[in-house]
Every structure is written in C-alpha cells, then in structure tokens.
Design a binder for this molecule. Structure first.
Ligand code: ADP
Ligand code: MG
Length: 398
C-alpha cells in the first residue's frame, strides 16, 4: 500500500497552507450541537501553527447548493474554534475574491483564517479549475485533512492540488489511512470482519474486497436475511433484497473457495411489528433455524451473540461496519451493543467504519475502548471497497 506525505514531512515555517478540514457540524439556530469534528481537527491545526505555518482553513457545511445562504455559514465554527484553540481565528465572509486574497496575504506566522463555506459556489462540487485556482492562490502547500469528503473530487478536496506544489495529509487522514488501509491490508491475524447494516447492495463490494483479507467474516443486520434466503432458510417477513440473492450466493461460494469462515446468525430476534418513528417493537420472539411468516428479524439472537463474542475474543484484528440490528430501538439494540462490548473487552486492534456503526459504538458507551473509529461514513466504505479516493490520490507520495 502506497503511503502519502504528511504535514510531518514538509517545511512549514512561514508557509501559507490551504487546509481542507471537515467542519460540517450540525448547527441548530446558530448553535453547534456536536463539535466532534472541530475537536478532531485541532491536532493538525495546532501542529501547523506551532511550526510557524500561516493557516487558511476551508470547509463545507451542509448543502447550500452554490448560493450564499446564511443558514449554512461557518461563522459559529470560527467562534467555537477560536475558543477551543485559545487564539483568534479570523473569519472571512467569503472563500474567494479580492478581500480574501488581501487577508490571506496579510496573514502572519501562526495566524489562522477560516474561509466561508466553499459550497457557496457551484464550482466546488463541480471541481471547477477556476475555483480551485483561486483556492490555491498564495498557498505554498495544500493540506487535506477532510477524510469525510475525500471520496469526492471537489475543487477544495482535489482540484486545488493541481495548482499547489506541495500536497500533504493532515493527522486525521493519516490515521484513517493507517487504520482503514495498512492495518486491514496487512492485518495481525486472526482477522475478523463484522458486517451488518441494512442492505447487501450497499456492502457487497466491501464483502468482496474483505473476504480476500480476513479469516472470519460474520454477518448480521438486515442483510443477513438475504444471505439466509440464499441458503434456503425461511426468513418470514424480514427485509430481503430478492435481486441480491445470487450476489449473496456468490459471496458464500467465494468464502468457501478462499477458506474464509463466513458466519451467519444461528438465531434471530424477531418482532411482529416495528414502529420506527415511535421506536418500539410489537411482540418479540427468538427463532432458531428459520423465521415464521408474520415475523421480521430485527436483531441477532442470544446464541448468535455468544458465538460472535467468542470469535471477537479470539481475534487479533477486528474491523466492524454495520449494526447487527435496528439499534435505534432499545429492544433490538442488544446484539449491536453486545458486539461493541466484546470488542471493548478484547485486546484486538479494533477498527470501526461507517456512519451508523460509529453512532452505535458511541451510544454503547465503549467508544474509548476501541482502537480507531473512522470519521468518514461514505468515504470509509469506499476506501474499504478498495476504491482510490480523489482527495487522497491528489496528495504527494512519501
Ligand atoms: P453504516 O452506516 O455503519 O455503514 P448502514 O447504514 O449500512 O450502516 O446500516 C445501518 C442501519 O441498518 C441502521 O439504521 C439499522 O436500523 C439498520 N438495520 C440493521 N439491522 C436491521 C434489521 N434487521 N432490519 C431493518 N433495519 C436494520
Ligand atoms: Mg449508514
């Protein structure tokens, strides 16, 4: 696996850095309701200013669709960032233009500018070279630290790199590449992959790619029922993608050919009705070896939990993507949280990828007991599929 250069590898003193960060935080009535992403960016920003760089931060927030819409302003982020760093952050009301150019030119060593939302311009998502050129103007280097948008070739994530000589990763992307990349490409064995979530169609490329690397793969969540049906097991009213049954069969055959243990639930927690809005289940019942009509699988069953826990306990590396059940509802969150607990209790290197999986681990209370949680939902999935991410491909090779 090729390695990219990072901010550790280049001269920073007196250099102006155009730094793409992910400040796409939830904002309600001008108040940031979750500052995880701001906190996550701090180590990179601190390092840059300590080394004497002139820091120009750029990010998107929401989907303003190419219009200057104050509902998507980064102004609250500038304030929160300044407080977190304990130093002023100069917020500009645009991300390009004469005013921005002048402010950037006047920036001193260790100074910080935060540009306004890059998606105020359509050229951002279209990767317009003119916009990219303006982002690059005056910059000595491009630092990408926004893993969550690295799978998109946008002007501020990829295009800008064409107009800057030095292009490096920040600490966040470095860690993402280390864990989702190196640690899963050459894992300490036994390597167990846990896959779940809603759809086989979302995950089949990941299944395919990871079957080639792991010793054991176990499957839970709704996609387990498509696999069960592929094996001729009754699934009652559980979610099933009829057009993916052949795909599931192919995955099962591939696992057998490669000698990978592909485990499916041996029992299922089922409900006779599900109220997603009210977050409640109707009657519940555990089925073993097949689900009766009128019942839907909503979680892995108790025997499966024990089986999966044992596999986790005997692993040296665990990669998890996709909840084991409808974890948003308490009665069908047991399997997901049990897996989180097992991972927390094991000595294995544990890597969590996927938006909902990270949410589930946070909710379980075990997030500080896992080795690494990815910050990129869609990006982490694409990376695990083996795709080249434009925001990573744009960086210099080490
Ligand atoms: P991630 O974001 O981690 O990649 P996914 O988006 O693929 O995960 O899947 C998460 C969703 O899958 C959750 O909203 C969860 O409720 C749903 N899910 C898991 N198991 C089931 C099930 N048995 N029936 C319906 N939905 C399920
Ligand atoms: Mg999801």
């Amino acid at each position: 696996m090729s390695k990219v250069k990072t901010i550790r590898d280049v001269e920073l003193k007196g250099k102006q850095a155009f730094v793409r960060v992910d400040f796409n935080v939830p904002v309600e009535d001008g108040v940031i309701t979750d500052d995880t992403r701001i906190q996550a960016a701090i180590p990179t920003i601190k390092y840059l200013i300590e080394q004497g760089a002139k820091v120009v931060l750029a990010s998107h927030l929401g989907r303003p669709k190419g219009e200057k819409n104050p509902a998507f302003t980064l102004a609250p982020v500038a304030k929160a960032l300044s407080e977190a760093l304990g130093q002023p952050v100069q917020f500009l009301d645009d991300c390009i233009g004469e005013g921005v150019k002048a402010a950037r030119a006047g920036l001193g060593e260790g100074g910080i500018i935060l540009l306004e939302n890059v998606r105020y311009y359509n050229g951002e998502t279209k990767n317009d070279p003119e916009l990219a050129k303006q982002f690059a103007e005056g910059a000595d280097l491009f630092v990408n630290d926004a893993f969550g948008t690295a799978h998109r070739a946008h002007a501020s994530t990829a295009g800008v790199a064409d107009y800057v000589d030095t292009k490096v990763a920040g600490f966040l992307i470095e860690r993402e590449l280390e864990y989702l990349g190196e640690k899963t490409a050459t894992p300490e064995k036994p390597f167990t992959v846990i896959l779940g979530g809603a759809k086989v169609s979302d995950k089949i490329t990941v299944i395919d790619a990871l079957l080639e690397k792991c010793d054991t793969m176990f499957i839970g969540g709704a996609m387990a029922y498509t696999f069960a049906k592929a094996q001729g097991i009754a699934i009652g009213n559980s979610l099933c993608e009829e057009d993916k049954i052949d795909t599931a069969k192919e995955a099962l055959a591939k696992a057998e050919k490669l000698g990978v243990k592909l485990l499916l639930p041996v029992d299922d927690m089922c409900a006779d009705s599900i109220d997603f809005g009210g977050k409640t289940l109707g009657n519940t019942k555990v089925f073993e070896g097949g689900i009766e009509d009128g019942w839907s699988g909503v979680d892995i069953g108790p025997k499966t939990i024990e089986l999966y826990k044992e596999v986790v306990a005997n692993s040296k590396t665990v990669l998890w993507n996709g909840p084991m059940g409808i974890f948003e509802i308490k009665d069908s969150s047991v399997g997901t949280f049990a897996v989180a607990e097992a991972i927390a209790a094991s000595d294995a290197i544990s890597i969590i990828g996927g938006g909902d999986s990270v949410k589930a681990v946070k909710k379980s209370g075990y997030s500080d007991k896992v080795t690494f949680m990815s910050t990129g939902g869609g990006a982490s999935l694409e990376f695990l599929e083996g795709k080249v991410l434009p925001g990573v491909a744009a960086l210099d090779q080490a």
